[in-house]
Design a protein around this ligand. Structure first.
Ligand code: GTP
Ligand code: MG
Length: 434
């Protein structure tokens, strides 16, 4: 309601009140007149001379009524006045709604809100990575710390426990064996302390990862064609959305191809990402030939001279021969339209599937050839060691890791930051880390 409307209502109310008061005043005056002798006696007892008693009576009544009116007006004003004293906006902004929500919370709620807001303050890249890898960190650092903390000396029994920890964190048998060999070698040359164990593990894991770190190089072709493959639900479409957003932010032109025609919702999901990142999407109807989508998308990418074409595909079981054949057809079509395309086949793997991700990677590598890995959902699993196993056992570069569902939670893989996040003591503060 507008402020002027409120004021009009207020004036009308005051008008009614004044009428009421006038009536009441009239009745009161009549009564006083009838009781005037009695009142005059009271006033005389209070020391008021008889000739002035009438005027004192009127003055008292006048003061009383004025006081009552002032009190009434003050109460009405207090009840109706908006908090800010300004008209309320027609469409409150999100920030205003937030502020209103905070304002209506009890004091304890306000404190919690403040803490939450502090927690939501922009985090350093490292802190984001550390939080994303918290579960693997706990499975590795937490358990290592417990074993090393209670061991008086690092003997064969302790090494056996360490081996079990690495296996449980999904480093894989081959990688774990390599790490244990490095520890035993160090033990032969010098006494193995808890600190030395941590240092050796950190160095060895970093060396394994560093050997396979390679960022995606888009300058190899224009348009650069990225084909995204993987089994159902690993995060292909989400990864494509996040990638489109990141490349767009870098100033590159991007086009998306909705090659998952298996489900109508799949193209819709990609179209939503396209809208969100303001990136066009080439799509066909449900059940259409994915190779036809790839063909149209490649044609459009050339005609529009985009920097990057990313083609989504339906999740498929690597064991289904016909689906793998379909993928090969998409490969052929893209290659016919754009020389060398797809320039990269990115295999998306869900980290929470642990060693099964390695099996998928091997089969996709055999079937369609894989250029790099995106390891998603590291935030929800204690099996983050699989990143090391992929690098060490498959020789495939982990290009990106997914550490959450947010648009910025897909990060180019940085081996050092990854290892630091795994080995960082839990109590380390943000400022120290950044
Ligand atoms: N926590 C977490 N969730 C993720 C991550 N990446 C993707 N997801 C979620 O995983 C679910 C599946 O993601 P999609 O992108 O639809 O997976 P897809 O591989 O395209 O699935 P299909 O098209 O059915 O084969 C969604 O709920 C995503 O939000 C990640 O890094 N962390
Ligand atoms: Mg999908």
């Amino acid at each position: 309601m507008e402020w002027s409307e409120r004021m009009e209502q207020l004036y009308a109310l005051i008008g009614h009140l004044v009428q009421l008061l006038a009536l009441w005043w009239q009745q009161l005056a009549e009564r006083l007149w009838l009781q005037r002798e009695q009142l005059r006696l009271w006033l005389e007892q209070l020391g008021v001379p008889a000739e002035q008693s009438l005027i004192v009576l009127y003055a008292c009544a006048y003061l009383l009524v004025t006081l009552l009116v002032v009190l009434l007006v003050w109460r009405v004003m207090r009840r109706r006045r908006p908090v800010t004293g300004r008209p309320a906006p027609q469409q409150p902004s999100i920030a205003a709604q937030d502020a209103a929500a905070v304002a209506t919370k009890p004091v304890a709620g306000e404190a919690t809100e403040a803490v939450t807001r502090m927690a939501e303050a922009p985090l350093s890249l490292f802190e984001r990575m550390r939080r994303g890898l918290a579960k693997t960190h706990d499975a590795l650092w937490g358990r290592l710390d417990a074993v090393l903390g209670r061991a008086e000396r690092i003997d064969a029994a302790v090494l056996e426990e360490l081996e079990e920890i690495l296996i449980t964190a999904d480093f894989g048998v081959k990688t774990t064996t390599a790490l244990m060999t490095a520890l035993q070698q160090r033990a032969r040359s010098a006494e193995l302390t808890a600190e030395a164990v941590r240092a050796v593990l950190r160095e060895e894991i970093l060396a394994l990862l560093r050997a396979e770190v390679a960022p995606l190089e888009l300058s190899a072709s224009q348009p650069f064609v990225l084909l995204v493959v993987g089994v159902n639900g690993v995060g292909k479409t989400t990864t494509i959305g996040k990638l489109a957003q990141q490349f767009k932010k870098q100033g590159r032109s991007v086009l998306l191809g909705a090659g998952d025609t298996f489900r109508a919702a799949a193209a819709e999901q990609l179209a939503i990402w396209g809208e969100r990142c303001e990136v066009p999407v080439i799509r066909h109807s449900e059940g259409a030939d994915p190779a036809a989508v790839a063909f149209d998308a490649a044609k459009a990418a050339v005609a529009r001279k985009v920097d990057l074409l990313i083609v989504d595909t339906a999740g498929r079981l690597h064991t289904k021969v016909n689906l793998m054949e379909e993928m090969k057809k998409i490969h052929r079509v893209l290659g016919r339209e754009i020389a060398g395309a797809p320039h990269e086949t990115l295999l998306v793997l869900d980290a929470s599937t642990g060693q099964n991700a390695l099996v998928q990677a091997r089969l996709f590598q055999q079937a369609v050839g894989v250029g790099g890995i995106v390891l998603t959902k590291l935030d929800g699993t204690a099996k983050g060691g699989v990143a090391v196993a992929i690098a060490a056992e498959l020789g495939l570069p982990v290009r990106y890791i997914g550490i959450g569902e947010g648009i910025d939670d897909l990060r180019p893989f940085d081996a050092e930051m990854f290892v630091d996040a795994l080995f960082a003591p839990p109590a380390r503060s943000t400022s120290e880390q950044s």
